[in-house]
Design a protein around this ligand. Sequence first.
Ligand code: FA5
Length: 341
Amino acid sequence: MKNQINKIKELALKEISKARNLADLEKLRVKYLGRKSELTNVLRGVKDLSKNERKEVGEMANKLRGEIESGIKNQELRIKELEFSGIEEKEKIDVTYPGRKIQKGHLHPLTQVRYEIEEIFKSMGFLTVEGREVEDEFHNFDALNIPKNHPARDLWDTFWLKDGNLLRTHTSPMQVRFMKENKPPFRIIIPGRVFRYEASDATHESNFYHVEGLMVDKKEKITVANLKSTIACFMKNLFGEKTKLRLRPSYFPFVEPGFESDVTCPYCGGKGCRICKGTGWIELGGSGMVNQKVFTSVGFPEDKYEGFAFGFGLDRIAMIKYGVDDVRLFYGGDLRFLEQF
Ligand code: FA5
């Protein structure tokens, strides 16, 4: 039995010293110390030995058990040391190395133009307010002097909701809402999304943006001259000092007189080019002096106030500013297009 113990010792310590990973070491632990191991068997048989032998063999076997246990422990430390040796080199971090750049997004070009417009008007003392996208018939049409069956309703066909409300066709209904809550004098702009029931093409979308303006004060304090100078100042700020404004007579039921507002083409300076279709002018939107009927519909006394209003297509402004020839590009979500701004 002593021989057997010496053999186990020789083999176990040799194998343990050769183990190169923790899984192998665990297998050896089971092999040499487990319940079915040779050493455990020897220990179990000790009780059957003679008294003298029992003491000697028992001591030897127990000593070996301790030796194997500490052999395993030492080897475990060695394996762990081996695993971590050179880790400082392998996982070295160079804190002076330039960091990886996080790709940042940016504002949509229409939002950029909207903010720029808001800043320009803010510098002229205009307050920015927002209306609602779902409107009722009264605010979108009737209060703006467009009663049922008025031919102008055909120009502003829209999407109707089951409850009788509609998606606003312009930002003008907010003129009415604002005047119901506020007494003149005031000057506001109303940027926002509008909708039309029409097929889209290079210059038309069924969902697009307006920026509305409204300035009202006591009668004779606001004239067409104020309208013209305000719009001209805005255009020059946006497109450059040389930009000229032209007002053409036009019809919108909520203004009287009404105008179309054109600017000299910023690309050819008015000479005529592809962008302005050879005319030298680009149309931006409608404007005019607020029709007294609108003042009446918001409850203002007759002939007490006077003011001007305008409504420009924000998408058209962005198209001119950036030289984009198709409005649909703004809504396509194509990053190759959007990343250029
Ligand atoms: C109006 O909507 C009036 N509310 C503007 C107004 C306000 C006039 C205050 C007088 C006083 P109009 O339908 O023309 O007007 O639209 C204004 C501008 O929106 C147009 O000049 C054009 O630049 C732009 N626009 C019109 N329809 C579309 C469309 N489908 N897609 C993109 N832009 C459009």
